[in-house]
Design a protein around this ligand. Structure first.
Ligand code: BT5
Length: 317
């Protein structure tokens, strides 16, 4: 066991106890504490009492994440961590093609070529959460957009439960603050044959403690901007995975029909007049809601009802 996992923030642990638990010498404990301090951990040491962890730096520590997931009975989510990647999405898709198992997650601190729908650039500097989950859900390929919905609901639930922040879902793939700025974007890609989904990769890009570049400030914000405090990204990440796991199991049992009510309650668009761009056409109308199949149901300006499964939505009023 590494010593970050042995140090406690609520009590002192003696050098001797840490050494015994970690299976290393006391001199090695001393060296490791020095190294952790250099990495930004604030650890106090008292001669007679030992060591106590005051704060950890804002770095993702895959071992700490694995420990928390395992305590929450979520050890089947396999975390593959890299400091920097082109895109977690690209890595996850390659590994899904080579047989990566259901619930394999690629997570990194920074992406150099993160992308959104239609390969739009996705800004992914340090301090955010950028990750992609390989899933093999055994659903029809046409149902894959539901995975976007499950992921956005998991984000909304986790942010509410941990930070008491209310956010909203903008169908089909955004999570927004209440003032309409984009906190998180979700992208689902898949490989399929007729009638059969081989795998889906759900990518989640969440602005947490990262800077928002000037050109995006009008439309995007971060959770730490919103709360005014540095966010514990590990807690947030593990919280999202826990919520995702429970919603995903419910989805596999009951289909989107079991989640539709909660999704609609979090939707920012119900009752609003919108323009939806899909397949080269623009449709205007009032949003009636999201139905049991995950379609956006629109009352068009001509008075008819139209259902759309994916598209870019602009809220008009
Ligand atoms: C999305 O696309 O919102 C899906 C984004 C998914 C990103 C994740 S990160 C982990 C995984 N690895 C990847 O490479 N991708 C996934 P879309 O709806 O197309 O939105 C893209 C638009 O959002 C861009 O054209 C910008 O206007 C804006 N944008 C770019 N970076 C942003 C950011 N960090 N926060 C908010 N908006 C951003």
């Amino acid at each position: 066991m590494d010593i970050e996992g042995i140090l406690s923030s609520s009590e002192f642990r003696s050098g001797e106890a840490i050494a015994e638990k970690a299976g290393i010498s006391r001199a090695a404990v001393h060296k490791k504490i020095k190294k952790l301090r250099a990495l930004g951990y604030n650890i106090i040491g008292e001669r007679k009492l030992g060591y106590k962890l005051v704060s950890a730096p804002d770095r993702l520590d895959p071992n700490a994440i694995k420990r928390v997931l395992s305590r929450k009975n979520l050890a089947d989510y396999d975390i593959i961590f890299n400091e920097k990647l082109g895109s977690t999405q690209t890595e996850a898709k390659l590994s899904a093609d080579s047989g990566a198992e259901d619930k394999t997650i690629f997570l990194c601190e920074e992406q150099s070529s993160g992308y959104g729908r239609l390969k739009r650039e996705w800004f992914s500097g340090r301090g955010g959460l950028w990750f992609s989950v390989v899933l093999r859900p055994g659903i029809r390929p046409e149902a894959a957009p539901h995975l976007n919905f499950v992921a956005s609901m998991a984000v909304v639930r986790a942010v509410k439960r941990i930070f008491c922040v209310d956010c909203r879902i903008k169908w089909p793939n955004d999570v927004l603050t209440r003032d309409g700025k984009k906190l998180c974007g979700i992208l689902t890609e898949l490989s399929s044959e007729i009638g059969r989904l081989n795998w889906a990769v759900v990518g989640i890009g969440f602005n947490v403690n990262n800077e928002i570049p000037g050109r995006l400030k009008g439309i995007a914000s971060s959770l730490s901007d919103h709360t005014g405090a540095i966010i514990d990204r590990q807690e947030l990440f593990c919280g999202i995975i826990a919520e995702f796991d429970s919603l995903y199991s419910m989805y596999l049992k009951e289909g989107f029909g079991g989640l539709e009510g909660e999704y609609n309650r979090s939707s920012i668009m119900n009752g609003r007049r919108v323009a939806v761009e899909y397949g080269g056409t623009v449709l205007k109308g009032f949003v009636k809601g999201i139905d049991k199949e995950g379609f956006l149901v629109l009352k068009t300006e001509e008075g008819g009802i139209k259902k759309v499964i994916a598209g870019d939505v602009r809220v008009l009023e």
